[in-house]
Design a protein around this ligand. Sequence first.
Ligand code: SF4
Ligand code: SF4
Length: 478
Amino acid sequence: MSAQTGPGKASDDDVVQDESQHHGVPEHVLSTLESDGSRRWLYPRLSLGNWWHRRRIVAYLLMIVFVAIPHLRIAGKPLILLDVTAREFTIFGRTFLPTDTLLLALLMLVVFVSIVLVTAVAGRAWCGWACPQTVYMEFLFRPIDRLFQGTVGKGGTPKQGRSLPLQLGRFAVYVLLCGFLAHTFLAYFVGTEQLSEWIRSSPTEHPVAFVVMTATLGLMIFDFMYFREQMCTLACPYGRFQSVMLDEQSLIVAYDPVRGELRKKGKHTDGDGAGDCVDCHQCVVVCPTGIDIRDGLQMECINCTQCIDACDDVMDRVGTPRGLIRYSSQDSIAGKAKRLFRARTIVYPLMLILLMGGLVFAITTKSGFDARIIRSNGAPFTVYANGTASNEFRLRLVNRTAQQQIYSLQPGAESGVEIEVLDDAKLTLEPGDSKLVPLHLKFKGSLTRGSGRKVVTATIRDHSDNVREIQFTLLGPR
Ligand code: SF4
Ligand code: SF4
């Protein structure tokens, strides 16, 4: 066996050491649980192979995208803003309201079917390549651990992790990074302007936001410092659904037992009849979820490719072809032919095309503006001495055109209702703008006689001849 001892490459000594460590530990019942019920802490070794380099590029790009998105604008509107309090969702510069039920439902279905399709074709590519848990854990927080624990470039059991100053230093860096990530996360829900205003003001001026921020920060520190791989193996439902979303043709990270056996666990199998697996355990010691890929497809496998890199390195050193662990499918490993066209790869894309077509159609044929009536808080109606009554409403207007619009309201001729706009300036909306217009509706008290309510209509139009009819439910004396 010729040794390669560059960063991330295991030397022969390392291999022997790791192997002896493996055989020295008590048997565990789960990858993160010892037989005595205690947590089995994982300190995966690092294998700097080809796949790791590719994943690192993708991970850093995704981190940049995550931080950049709240700052990006399309025609003055955020690229993504999930304003839960105002019940408005801006996606790619387009604002969706709760009234956009069909659009939101189609959008959710497109996302859902896309996930199912990608999983059917490329397995858990999301988990290994793009999930924030994996991206930040493996490419931000574990490198910090290695820095403070003296295992830079190769990972594994901490060497200097016991010293108090180093522990505190590590914790401080975690708090800073999680604080930055928590603020970025919050920016997706409140926007960068609001966030920077909050940052510059006292927490007492925005206590709810401060509590949300602190809770997010605490959860992130808990997750990345303590919970770690258990998020994938215990908490995340995605892995549990993989058995129904994958089929035998789906791409997975797989060990080739036909080529690898006969190995004998715990013993090298030099000699006739031995397979290519030298039972060095390098694929196990690099695994961030602590499993042995040679035991077959497992729920805990996040397809991170670290075992591919580790095993390829071992194969290079023992002079056998790479790929004992590789991207493959259950059928390919069993020697069966690839089938690109199968029920899942035909039905899912068809569904996706239909849904996306429906979404594009619904968006492009949508009216130039949205109008939604909201009843104001306070008394349901007011009755005056002269027998007239009034109701207060707010009109949510969203300008979906690319021009500035000035809106006008016209009550239905039959109703005998007067509509007074309490703030005329709010009828002028910039492209993509959304405003709440306060309205005061006056009508004869006799209009609601009998049931105490009456539905009346009004027409709203803009300068581009977009017209919508809206309905008010008036409440008044019986
Ligand atoms: S599969 Fe590869 S890395 Fe894993 S024990 Fe066998 S030879 Fe070593
Ligand atoms: S088995 Fe391999 S691909 Fe799966 S999580 Fe472990 S190292 Fe990653």
